[in-house]
Design a protein around this ligand. Structure first.
Ligand code: AGP
Length: 607
């Protein structure tokens, strides 16, 4: 996902534009650039690769100036090289863009017929030319910017410099977020509050279709009808300090270790100490009265939804349909008349999930967001929000957000079961008592990190790794495979343990690592049979189990990772931790950039 920063100030902006970009590195990118109005016109510096390359360009050729924009690009159209890096220019205009302009080919043809010559293959470049086109027609800077925005179709957040001496940043959002920051004698624009955290915590969130004219001491916001509006100035909940690595080597390592406190914070927000009944806020009636639930998300968040299915169906007796967001609305789903839809998302900005949520909103379904970003697009458009209080998750691989999502979903399933009379007060108190042990259990689970570090070289040296599990541990197997894939680039597959014999077992050969997730439960005997099938064909079994289950693997596994006994619904949440640690230490062994893995973005705001 691309990142945008803009500053209008009474002092030089280049260094702080770059600092703002570093706050956006977590989103994933492959080039970066800045453009500054420096009195002699708009001057640009761009570089492929990491921000340090842009810094070197600026060291060699600094830019003075007190008004500028900056960008980190995650390539969608056009290769990730310097030519395609933002800011894009045309005449006296420079722009930075996040999203996809779906009608860019049509606009490009129209502009080319008017003599515009394009330097890149990107969709974004048409924005700069279109603004210049309207300037050439005699419109002033603001009108030219607004006329351009009115022609754009698709998802975008855009910031622009218009005119060689104009100390103003023009901004607009449609499908991709933008915030405006208020400083002392300066104003800011950013993709999120986190980008502006080093400069200000006072921000306003542009709403869908808003545009903004940002000058040194004020911002004028217009809504999608062009009407001047006032948006509330908020104090952003993100502090730059919270997002530092501290004494960890990587954000992923830090965030894995933050899980006990993230779980404690999240649980505390839902448990009424008076009666130990989960308080689910506006989501409660939607969940309690729905005939059927739909749980929709992407990636790891989808796997949290998959675990929740077992809990809601098993405890609350309500049918749950899970789907990946990018498939959901294109399969013309048969929506329930009286249903509710859960949208699980760390960022709250994932385009596929946002689109699926809007589809359900239009179908007048009750929509609930399980979100780590309370000011996100999904948060603003769902009927109810259940927050995960994981804190900023900077590593692209979702770790503490995932376990916080599971904790919220577990409490939601329990609250729904209680509201539907499926669990009485005593039963729910027992479950809540078990969940309240999560901070302590997760802390104990972190103690297996040295064992995971010992196993990592074997995974690093393997052609591929299998992850298997049954019941709620099947989605955990999928999550273990996804974690390993995305931070090590090694092939890995997650399977239902009972499914391997229906084909995938053909891939097992001498030494193939198979990670089996098998805390003690009613499926243990069947899982052991599946492990025997693997071991008989030469697999190297790595068992993740609990104290009571360890005896089953002494002879069968080359490594047995023993977790504390995990009561109630805590198993899938605690088992996520060794899976994360195995991925982390394997990536560390391989030297991959596990905080910003190649090709990946922290939040994918394009469909
Ligand atoms: C998880 O490790 C991945 N980074 C990715 O699958 C992620 O979970 C997915 O893109 C959904 O993101 P969201 O939670 O912000 O919607």
């Amino acid at each position: 996902m691309c990142g945008i920063v803009g500053i209008v100030s009474n002092r030089p902006v280049s260094a702080r534009l770059v600092e703002g970009l570093t706050r956006l590195e977590y989103r994933g990118y492959d080039s970066a650039g800045i453009a500054v109005v420096n009195g002699q016109g708009i001057v640009r510096r761009r570089a492929p690769g990491k921000i340090i390359n842009l810094q070197h360009e600026l060291d060699d050729a600094p830019i003075d100036g007190t008004c500028g924009i900056a960008h980190t690009r995650w390539a969608t159209h056009g290769r990730p090289n310097m030519e395609n890096a933002h800011p894009h220019r045309a005449g006296n205009v420079a722009i930075v863009h996040n999203g996809i302009i779906e009608n860019f080919k049509l606009l490009r043809e129209e502009l080319a017929q008017n003599g515009h010559v394009f330097a890149t293959q990107t969709d974004s470049e048409v924005i700069a030319h279109l603004i210049q086109h309207y300037l050439d027609k005699g419109l002033d800077a603001e009108d030219a910017f607004m006329a351009c925005v009115a022609r754009l179709e698709g998802a975008y957040a855009v910031a622009a410099l218009v005119g060689d001496t104009n100390q103003t940043v023009y901004a607009a959002r449609h499908g991709s977020p933008l915030v405006v920051g208020f400083g002392e004698g300066e104003m800011f624009v950013g993709s999120d509050a986190f980008a502006l955290a080093p400069f200000t915590k006072r921000v306003l969130y542009l709403e869908e279709g808003d545009s903004a004219v940002v000058s040194i001491d004020k911002v004028c916001v217009r809504d999608k009808t062009g009407t001047l509006v006032t948006r509330d100035i908020m104090t952003a909940s993100i502090s730059a300090v919270m997002a530092e690595k501290g004494n960890y080597r990587h954000f992923m390592e830090k965030e894995i270790h933050e899980q006990p406190e993230a779980l404690a914070r999240t649980m505390a927000a839902y448990i009424d100490p008076e009666n130990d009944i989960p308080t689910l806020g506006k989501a409660a009636p939607l969940l309690a009265e729905a005939d059927r639930l739909i749980a929709i998300a992407c990636g790891t968040a989808y796997l949290a939804a998959s675990v929740a299915k077992y809990w809601f169906e098993g405890l609350a007796g309500v049918h749950v349909e899970t789907d990946i967001a990018s498939e959901f609305r294109y399969r013309t789903p048969a929506l329930p008349k009286n249903g509710a839809a859960l949208f699980i998302s760390q960022s709250g900005e994932t385009a596929d999930t946002l689109a699926a949520m809007r589809f359900c909103n239009q179908a007048t379904m009750g929509t609930i967001g399980v979100l780590n970003a309370p000011e996100s697009s999904i948060a603003r458009e769902t009927d109810a929000v259940m927050r995960t209080l994981a804190g900023p998750e900077i590593g692209v691989a979702s770790t503490k957000a995932f376990t916080a999502q599971l904790a919220v979903l577990a409490m939601s399933a329990l609250g729904t079961a209680h509201a539907r009379g499926r669990l009485d007060d005593d039963q729910i108190k027992d479950h809540i008592k078990a969940l309240s042990q999560l901070p302590e259990l997760s802390q104990k689970a972190l103690a297996v990190k040295s064992q995971c570090e010992e196993i990592a070289p074997m995974l690093a040296a393997s052609k591929q790794t299998f992850f298997i599990g049954r019941g709620v541990y099947y989605p955990l197997a999928l999550e273990g495979a996804l974690k390993l894939k995305e931070v090590t680039y090694l092939p890995a597959e997650g399977y239902a343990a009972g499914e391997l014999k229906h084909g995938p077992i053909a891939l097992i050969e001498e030494g193939t690592p198979v990670v089996v997730i098998a805390p003690t439960d009613e499926l243990m005997e069947k899982t052991i049979s599946n492990v025997e099938e693997m071991a008989a064909r030469g697999a190297r079994v790595i068992a993740i189990t609990d104290e009571a289950g360890a005896k089953h693997f002494t002879e069968r596994a080359s490594h047995t990772i023993v977790l504390p006994d995990m009561p109630g619904l805590t198993g899938p949440i605690v088992c996520a931790i060794p899976l994360q640690l195995l991925a982390y230490f394997t990536a560390l062994k391989l030297g991959t950039n596990m905080d910003q893995p190649r090709n990946l973005a922290k939040s994918v705001t394009v469909e």
